[in-house]
Design a protein around this ligand. Structure first.
Ligand code: M6R
Length: 605
């Protein structure tokens, strides 16, 4: 979760660290801190609860120069949100920042009798104190001892009092990327902090010790042997991680969806049919399976729910969707004939990663649908299908969801073709249907005032229900999550036919029900359920296709999306539901991009 950055080089370190932390803040924003060597090679630590802007204010009056330092933005796990629990942690010769969880911190505290010296409640300080005990002037040897003793996940960036200009980094599970650039050496928990300086970077190999100085980066493997990194290139630009005139990243990212879809779909078309040759995904992967198991968390899991509703009838093989945090502790019925599709925007979600590893031990072949190039999930999966959404900064996922869907629809199309469920003509007609969603999304974005106006009714509500059947139900799940996470209004998605089995007791006068009815074959059934909630006084916001004929008394607000093949309506509906959540959050004066308690990348359990 937490964002971490280290810099050594000719430029002003504090500026680079603070700017980097602003880029990384979406990973956690309970507190922020930096540590740096001043011009007399003394380490200073400054940390504060609250956002990076808070920390930045502290530095307006400091003029002394600094060329080496580390910075951290925290998402609290061990110990409350306080200045003392903020990072960096200083212990004797050691100053350290940490992302991850040290699971055995309690037993280490006892074994090394650290209780009296600890000033914070964090597992991270235990690591700092332990490292200080091991440190006898040899950073690599001390770090190795630390790594041998700690259990759990970690990415550490470390400075030693007597090593000015040097930063050491090491990781296990938690992500770290690094680059030597014209501005100097940088290490960070993710790419967004590096892209202002370079497109070329490497992923810090697990358990290797990386040393950064102002003029180079060196890497030692666990045996102490110097190794060269495997360089990677990212095609994101700096603009992609800026708001570019939009008031919030979320709104910008909603607007970017049509472009993101084009970038994800078009390079993979040959004669109008999905072709994954450049992704090195062989057709044989799609032929050799008798079931599909989709695993993910949050929004990515909801993309999986849509995929299930689409793929099962299309391919006529079982498609199961699992929540990664559950799957990883189950005894799954999967084997070498199972195609496991893991979905993750960040490619670092710890539960999804663990689920992927479990699937591989079961002999299943794995395909990862991932947005961040070179991320752990992408690297560990047998095959990877990158979505090309560019960096997604708002904590609430929007464009990543749409491109995940696009990628899954393409996989479905290719599978149907190679498995004989589609002729070539049917495959290209399906793909044409997928491309039609791009103007449909543009239309809904251009009509965003409809959602802006309708949310007035939601602002004072405590509960909201989303209902739909089939694919519409799968979309509803994401609509409810979006509303919850950024407006703090309780929202639940229900299969419309399930309402009568209890939930309808909660429908009283004025309770908002957002009903989605875009599937022709079950339209009348959903409308009956709409009638039932209307009869009990619900405030109904109905979403249908343009052509649908609806009794005007049924809906308090009726939103129409452009007519499409029923299988593709999720795309414009995603825009509608995202905008409803966005404007509700704005209307309640909340922090849209960084909602309370959340973090963008969930790298701890
Ligand atoms: O990076 P991932 O796609 O693996 O993240 C999964 C979820 O944490 C993420 O989708 C989360 O649910 C979003 N905040 C929802 O908007």
């Amino acid at each position: 979760m937490c964002g971490i950055i280290g810099y050594s080089g000719p430029l002003e370190a504090r500026t680079i660290l603070l700017d980097g932390l602003s880029q990384l803040e979406y990973r956690g924003y309970d507190s922020a801190g930096i540590a740096y060597f001043d011009s007399r090679s003394q380490i200073h630590v400054v940390k504060k609860t609250g956002k990076v802007a808070n920390l930045r204010e502290t530095f307006s009056s400091i003029s002394d120069s600094s060329h080496c330092g580390i910075g951290h933005t925290r998402w609290a796990t061990h110990g409350g949100v306080s200045d003392v629990n903020a990072h960096p942690h200083h212990a004797g010769q050691v100053t350290l920042i940490h992302n991850g969880i040290i699971e055995n911190y309690h037993s280490l505290t006892q074994e090394f009798q650290l209780e009296a010296s600890l000033v914070s409640q964090t597992d991270s300080e235990v690591a700092a104190r332990l490292l200080d005990i091991f440190y006898e002037g040899q950073p690599e040897s001390a770090i190795k001892q630390l790594v041998n003793r700690v259990e759990g996940s970690y990415a550490f960036c470390i400075m030693f009092n007597d090593r000015p200009g040097e930063i050491y980094a090491v990781r296990s599970v938690s992500p770290l990327v690094a680059a030597y650039t014209r501005a100097g050496a940088l290490v960070a928990s993710d790419l967004t902090a590096l892209i202002p300086y370079t497109r070329n970077y490497f992923v810090v190999p697990e358990h290797h010790i990386v040393k950064l100085t102002g003029y180079k980066i060196s890497i030692c493997d666990p045996d102490g042997k110097q190794v060269s990194p495997e360089m990677m290139k990212v095609n994101w630009n700096t603009d992609a991680a800026m708001k570019n005139g939009f008031p919030h990243f979320m709104l910008k990212e909603i607007h970017e969806q049509p472009e993101a879809l084009k970038n994800t779909i078009l390079p993979r078309l040959t004669k109008g049919i999905p072709d994954f040759t450049d992704d090195q995904i062989p057709d044989e992967l799609f032929l050799g399976c008798d079931q599909i198991h989709v695993i993910a968390c949050g929004t990515a899991m909801h993309a999986g729910m849509v995929a299930r509703s689409l793929l099962e009838p299309l391919l006529r093989i079982p498609v199961t969707v699992s929540i990664a945090s559950e799957f990883r502790y189950e005894e799954p019925l999967i084997d070498e004939k199972t195609l496991v599709i893991v979905i993750s925007q960040s490619g670092e979600t710890i539960d999804t990663l663990a689920a992927l590893r479990l699937a591989r031990t079961c002999g299943s072949r794995t395909l990862a649908v991932v947005n961040v190039k070179g991320s752990t999930i992408a690297r560990e999966s047998d095959y990877v299908l990158y979505t090309h959404a560019g960096p997604e900064i708002a904590v609430a996922s929007t464009k990543a969801y749409s491109v995940q869907l696009a990628a899954l629809y393409m996989v479905g199309c290719r599978m149907a073709l190679v498995r004989g469920r589609f002729t070539g003509e049917q495959a290209s007609a399906f793909l044409a249907g997928l491309l039609d969603v791009i103007p449909a999304m543009e239309t809904m974005i251009s009509r965003k005032d409809e959602e802006k106006n309708l949310v007035t009714h939601l602002l004072s509500q405590h509960d909201t229900f989303f209902i739909g059947r089939g694919l519409d139900y799968a979309f509803s799940l994401e609509g409810a999550l979006k509303l919850k996470e950024i407006s703090y209004i309780h929202a639940e998605a229900y299969a419309a036919g399930e309402l009568k089995h209890g939930t309808i007791a909660l429908i009283a006068s004025g309770v908002p029900v957002i009903a989605i009815a875009t599937q022709e074959h079950i339209f009348s059934k959903t409308m009956s359920n709409v009638r039932e909630v209307k009869a009990r006084g619900a405030f109904v916001i109905l979403v249908t296709q343009e052509h649908a004929s609806v009794d005007p008394d049924l809906a308090d607000i009726h939103i129409k999306i452009p007519d499409l093949d029923d299988r593709f309506t999720v795309f414009p509906i995603a825009v509608v539901l995202q905008l409803i959540a966005y404007y509700t959050s704005i209307g309640k004066n909340l922090d849209v991009d960084q909602p309370r308690n959340l973090a963008k990348s969930v790298t701890v359990e």
